[in-house]
Design a protein around this ligand. Structure first.
Ligand code: C5P
Length: 407
């Protein structure tokens, strides 16, 4: 997800730095655009350092750079690449330009060129805010579908008291993501997610493992971050880049995964075990590379069942927290197997993958799952893994709202 953050000239321009950070915590890429006036209040370097992206400061690149066609049409490429245009703080001038369709700098041109949703968070002097011209412009924008995050009342930088203070950064970010259909219902929650396979060594160069790309677990991490959660991702070996805003712990074996999870489980309000944990490890791991021979026998010992251990630990507390969700990759008798896991492992839901089906599941960006909870079966039709992840989180939140079943 990528958001263009327009910063216009006002004392509150520095508060946009906090907005960049909060959006990044939710795994959103931020492209900052500063008006000329904003650059009088904050240096573009501040936003470049925070966002990790070039800051757009004008229509034709800086005078020091050679102006070129790329920068002349950049407003169109930015317009097409963003999921939302957020302007915070939005001055009276920016609101007037947007309302009238005046396009004489990068930000106002971008507003006309983008079809993405637009959110503005105004900040200005109380008289400017209350002026009929400003209010008429706001009404025009509102009618056009622009989301307006109303300013707060209080002491203003100009010494006056009244409406015009930029709304809080958290409130602006929440309003923006809600406008994009991303509920902020996990704000303040910690979600622990396991992902990927485990590797169980045979010798220094060989291991036993399961087929798992880690994509479903990583999508869950991304989706939970977007909804405002703190995410702890315990990941087996994968080729994926974890979301920067997640606390990621890399592990190799089931035993290491168990230690990482048990060290942290009490911090979490939701635990989703999407990892494909190997069921066995090799009893006597060879310290030397095993030479090729006619036949090789390996003695395997069962790995601890981390999810079942969590189910027992939670049962002992007599509480419903954390909500525990497991996955099951099945090739037959999907629902019966899921129901039996639900009660054996004492968990709240099992997400079943039919791994016998081609085109979804393993090594694929798409999936189709069935969420089995004690009282219901929720079929989630084929979709991208991020969308499936959102459905799983919605089910998790719903489970928590249900009354506790009698023991
Ligand atoms: O019993 P089965 O392996 O099918 O259960 C799958 C679920 O249990 C997954 O959520 C998986 O992450 C978890 N699991 C575990 N520890 C194991 C095996 C599976 O936590 N040793």
């Amino acid at each position: 997800m990528k958001i263009a953050l327009g910063v216009s000239g006002g004392i509150a321009a520095y508060k946009a730095a906090e907005i960049v950070r909060l959006l990044q915590d939710r795994d959103v890429r931020v492209q900052v655009i500063m008006t000329a006036a904003a650059q009088e209040f904050v240096r573009p370097l501040t936003f470049a350092a925070l966002s990790g992206e070039k800051v757009i400061t004008g229509m034709f690149g800086s005078a020091a750079e050679q102006p070129n066609l790329d920068s002349a049409v950049e407003h169109i490429s930015v317009a097409q690449s963003i999921d939302c245009l957020l302007v915070a703080p939005a001055t009276a001038d920016v609101l007037a330009k947007f309302a009238q369709g005046i396009a004489n700098d990068f930000l106002s041109t971008l507003y006309l060129a983008t079809t993405a949703p637009v959110v503005v968070a105004p900040a200005m002097n109380v008289n400017m805010w209350e002026h009929p011209a400003t209010q008429a412009n706001l009404e025009t924008l509102r009618r056009r579908g622009v989301t307006i995050v109303e300013p707060d009342s209080g002491y203003l930088a100009c010494g006056m008291i009244g409406a015009g203070r930029l709304a809080g950064p958290e409130q602006i970010v929440a309003a923006t993501l809600e406008r994009l259909g991303v509920a902020q219902d996990l704000a303040g929650e910690t979600v622990l997610i396991t992902a990927g396979p485990t590797h169980e060594p045979i010798d220094p160069v060989r291991y036993l493992s399961n087929r798992s790309s880690g994509r479903m677990g990583y999508a869950l991490a991304e989706a939970a971050l977007r909804r405002g959660a703190k995410v702890i991702l315990v990941s087996g070996p994968t080729a994926l880049q974890p979301p920067a805003a997640a606390e990621t712990i890399f592990v190799e074996t089931a035993q290491q995964m168990r230690t990482a999870v048990l060290d942290r489980w009490e911090q979490a309000s939701f635990i989703i075990m999407a990892a494909a944990v190997a069921d066995y490890h090799v009893k006597n791991v060879s310290p030397e590379k095993i030479k090729r021979k006619a036949a090789l026998e390996l003695q395997l010992e069962p790995n601890p069942d981390i999810l079942a251990d969590l189910g027992s630990l939670r049962h002992a507390t007599g509480k419903r927290s954390p909500i525990l969700i497991g996955f099951a990759a099945e090739t037959g008798d999907l629902l019966e197997n899921a129901r039996s896991k639900l009660s054996k492992k004492r968990v709240d839901a099992i997400v079943v993958n039919d791994v016998a089906r081609a085109g979804i599941g393993f090594d694929n960006d798409r999936n189709e799952v069935t969420i089995v909870i004690p009282t219901d079966i929720i079929a989630v039709p084929e979709a991208g893994k991020l969308e499936i992840a959102q459905k799983i989180l919605e089910a998790a939140i719903r489970i928590r709202q249900q009354p506790l079943a009698p023991p």
